[in-house]
Design a binder for this molecule. Sequence first.
Ligand code: ASP
Ligand code: MG
Length: 432
Amino acid sequence: MSPPLTTTPLIVAKFGGTSLANPQRVRDMAARLVASHAQGARVVAVVSAMGSSTDELLKLAKSVNENPPARELDRLLATGEQISMAVMAMAVEALGVNALSLSGRQAGILTTGAFNKARIADIHADRLMKALDKGRIVIVAGFQGITTDGDITTLGRGGSDTTAVAIAAAIKADVCEIYSDVEGVYTADPRVVPHACKLDTISYDEMLELAAAGSGVLQMRSVEVARNFGVVIHCRSAFSDKPGTLVKETSTMEQAIVSGIAYDNSEAKITIRAVPDRVGIAAEVFGRVAEANVNVDMIVQNISEHGTTDISFTTPISELRRLKPVLAATVGRLGAREYIIDETISKVSLVGAGMKSNPGIAARVFRVLADSGVNINMISTSAIRISVVIEGDKTEQVLQSLHTAFGLDSDELFEETQLSGDELAAKRAKGR
Ligand code: ASP
Ligand code: MG
């Protein structure tokens, strides 16, 4: 008989800003790493900037330049994670384990040259692996990498998730643990729907749709990378030992009709009124919008009356400043009547892999909204998602009604025990 195969588990653990908000929390997270290490695992940590320091660095940049040069902004923002990595390495060493902190460059993370939204092109993990082999805990600064020209880049807000998953893929880790202030992926934001349930597992495709629909648990790109490389993600709380949610390929037998409901109130609805209805108008409008590098989500064009039509679309509120001059010029050139911007809308999305094999889900959604007296502005669907645009102040009510109607309510009430009053207020303000 051959001896049993022994393998040392290889773990990547990523810590978000809240989990590192103060020295005590850094020490607590260091203790987690050391505990895994003591159990025999090889451990890589990926750290975000402490607390809200990325926001503060952004503010600092804007205070000296309304429009900071992208290269310099990345140079500045990358320092947040570099502080975290060094502080974390010190905290680990204080617990008696050798640690090594590595910036994006030192960890061999090569990216494209698109400052502020670079993509990881390759990871040369030799140095990291060597340190692991020597028994060290390796701490990598999240959110950043380096171009072939040697410039520092960042991966976009929330990019540390992507760093962690990409490293997990590169070193073939057994799991990529993402620690944050939530216990996992919920059927809905438990701060809005207190009867939301934590999911044990969710598929990559569903998680991608939820992330795109506004669920902030994971950066969308990290889920893409995880799906492409088969990395199992474990989303879990930094403040408890309870198991969280596994994001992984799930068997087709267990597909729920609705796995989760997300909302997004960061978009605005634009309507261009009375556009002449002729060939090429949509190409003209959206061609100009694309030239301005503005992202568009949903699009609706109404039936024309008297030779003109209304075109509506949604776009992030943060893009409006760039969009307005384009709209003004387009209205003038096409001889449309006007454009209207509505920033009060909210998009609610239901996601579930089981939708594919269950017709009539959209009709059920519309029935629930009708029964709650809520008007639907726009609708869009994918194979596993239904999204509706509604008036923003109805969001909470709609989420609760849909959650109940699709049988997602748990008997237990969600309790926010981990966050202080200040943090809660900040979270809510951010979510609005
Ligand atoms: N610190 C960066 C941010 O706040 C990256 C991250 O936390 O993932 O967006
Ligand atoms: Mg984050």
